[in-house]
Design a protein around this ligand. Structure first.
Ligand SMILES: Nc1nc(=O)c2c([nH]1)NC[C@@H]1CN(c3ccc(C(=O)N[C@@H](CCC(=O)O)C(=O)O)cc3)C=[N+]21
Length: 282
């Protein structure tokens, strides 16, 4: 039986710090405010939006939403971003990605004001993750993985870490953050040859493959820690991870469940960034 790494234990600690910072803002007459921009009706965007809305409420942060149709033009989305950039009562902006194919995502991502970039969407913010310079905020999801490792005192120094997935939202920045924690890191992706045997060599596996249940028993061995970043909505509308939990859990030492793992921590990290952005304006 593996130890469950529970998101709620990690968020309880984070939320206390966030609440204190919210109070500090309010004392100075500033109401930390998140603006969510959603294009279309992607179910995983909607579930993140629901989670973020609830967490904002719990923590006393305002949450505004801008919903745009799936066929929004590049011009209209850029105009929306320009508007929130100029709106001084908004401290942080979350734009769900990936965007529909007809939009030029690279241009849109860099249109956001850097000081409001609470999920590391701009190239400038992302450069901070790679250079180690303190620029903006790190991306919420890989930071949530690190918060879980820290909270459960899972030391990375000298450990072998395998990251499954090379996206700019999770895989690549997660690998850099693990390097910063002194792990030796391997990034696996769709062209990796014999991924199960690479994964079995790891002490720590971060799974951000983006497909439900792809990591099965053949990827793991005893003694490992498995962090499942996947949030997939299955046919019954239920959340499930990228790890086949029932197969993997009996083998490894520690594992994050879905739901109840990384996703819930991601949401608190996001709200924490919004409050931090508000504090920087004081
Ligand atoms: N720019 C961008 N950044 C993202 O981080 C991003 C994105 N776009 N697009 C969509 C995906 C999906 N995603 C989710 C996060 C939390 C829940 C979620 O359900 N959270 C629940 C808890 C879930 C759980 O317990 O595991 C909550 O906060 O209460 C769902 C989905 C982020 N993504």
């Amino acid at each position: 039986m593996a130890k469950q790494l529970l998101g709620k234990e990690v968020t309880a600690a984070l939320n206390e710090r966030i609440k204190a910072n919210v109070a500090a803002c309010q004392e100075k007459g500033v109401n930390p405010t998140l603006c969510i921009i959603r294009v279309g009706e992607n179910p995983s965007d909607i579930s993140y939006e629901k989670g973020a809305t609830k967490r904002c409420e719990t923590l006393g942060v305002a949450c505004e939403k801008i919903l745009l149709p799936e066929d929004v033009t590049q011009e209209d989305l850029l105009a929306t971003i320009d508007k929130v950039n100029k709106d001084s009562h908004i401290h942080g902006v979350l734009l769900f990605r990936p965007l529909p194919k007809h939009l030029n995502q690279a241009v849109i991502e860099n249109a956001l004001a850097p000081e409001k970039d609470v999920d590391c969407m701009t190239d400038l913010s992302m450069s901070g993750v790679f250079t180690g310079k303190k620029i903006g905020f790190p991306p919420c999801t890989p930071q949530a993985c690190m918060e879980i490792l820290d909270h459960y005192q899972i030391d990375c120094t000298g450990k072998k870490a395998v990251v499954i997935g090379r996206s700019l939202v999770v895989g690549k920045p997660a690998a850099m953050m693990l390097v910063k924690k002194n792990a030796t890191v391997t990034i696996c992706h769709t062209k990796t040859v014999d991924m199960p045997s690479v994964a079995r060599e790891a002490d720590i596996i971060i799974v951000a493959a983006g497909r439900a249940g792809v990591v099965g028993a053949e990827y793991v061995k005893e003694g490992q820690t498995v962090i499942d970043v996947g949030i997939n909505v299955n046919a019954e509308g239920k959340l499930c991870g990228d790890v086949d939990y029932a197969a993997v859990e009996p083998i490894v030492d520690a594992i994050t469940p879905v739901p109840g793992g990384v996703g819930s921590v991601t949401t608190s990290v996001l709200v924490g960034h919004v409050v931090e952005a508000a504090m920087r304006t004081l």
